[in-house]
Design a protein around this ligand. Structure first.
Ligand code: PLP
Length: 242
């Protein structure tokens, strides 16, 4: 399959999932996860109109970032100011990589501990920016998955509320791989309910809207459950051998 074929296929399935659930296609952002593909393919994805690029390790992302978005740190993330691409850091983030990622990536999807939040806040403060972050939750309870236990969300957000250089863009989760994608529905529904409960508690002075959920195997179910950001690797940009 060519990239054009893959994009058309995803768009078709996406529009059907929107139809089934009464949602608007324009309310859903698609992040092309380029971690399995070459710089050439990532550039090609941009040329095909996939503006949002996702990477899960700085060591692997760095070369792509330098080619696509230039060599200098952006002091103003959001909305494609790093050149054309909007960069999403989706993998678990080591505290010592924060200095590399903040200022280059526009969103972090994997905020799951207060020490990481403090490091992000400090670096963003030095750059004079506010860093949009998704709080990653371990909704499924699978211990192999990273993420905050759901019962700790409210107290975590209270601690984050004092960090002025972090903006909570939403919640993120990964569902376990299931042969039957329908099985993942309770995980995605759970994340949506956690977001709604969080907003009811009104801990933050603003509403948290984003839901980063759904991957190649399960994105249609995630759309039906309210995903606002899909993170699509294999199904969208493919997987290339080393
Ligand atoms: C790799 C990865 C994805 C994309 O995976 P696919 O199954 O290839 O779509 C999405 N989210 C995270 C956090 C990832 O690490």
């Amino acid at each position: 399959m060519t990239l054009t074929d893959r994009i058309e296929n995803v768009e078709l399935r996406l529009s059907e999932a929107c139809m089934r659930s009464g949602r608007k296609r324009s309310d859903i952002g698609v992040i092309a996860v380029t971690k399995y593909v070459s710089i050439t393919t990532a550039v090609d994805a941009l040329k095909h109109g996939l503006v949002h690029l996702g990477e899960n390790r700085w060591q692997d992302a760095e070369a792509k970032w330098r080619v696509i978005s230039g060599g200098s740190d952006s002091a103003q993330p959001n909305g494609g100011s790093n050149g054309q691409a909007v960069w999403h850091f989706i993998g678990s983030l080591q505290t010592n990589k924060v200095k590399d990622v903040v200022g280059k990536f526009d969103y972090i999807h994997s905020l799951d501990r207060i020490s990481l939040a403090q490091a992000i806040d400090k670096k963003a403060g030095q750059l004079g920016i506010q860093m949009p972050c998704f709080i990653q939750l371990n909704v499924s309870g699978e211990n192999s998955k990273h993420g905050l236990p759901p019962e700790e969300l409210a107290s975590f957000v209270k601690q984050l509320a004092v960090l002025n250089h972090i903006k909570i863009a939403g919640l993120m989760t990964m569902a376990p791989y299931e042969a039957e994608p329908e099985t993942t529905r309770p995980v995605f529904r759970g994340l949506r309910l956690l977001r709604d409960e969080l907003n009811e508690k009104a801990i933050l002075p603003y509403e948290v809207t984003g839901l980063s959920m759904g991957m190649s195997n399960d994105f249609e179910v995630a759309v039906e459950e309210g995903a606002t950001w899909l993170r699509l690797g294999t199904v969208l940009v493919g997987k290339e051998e080393e």
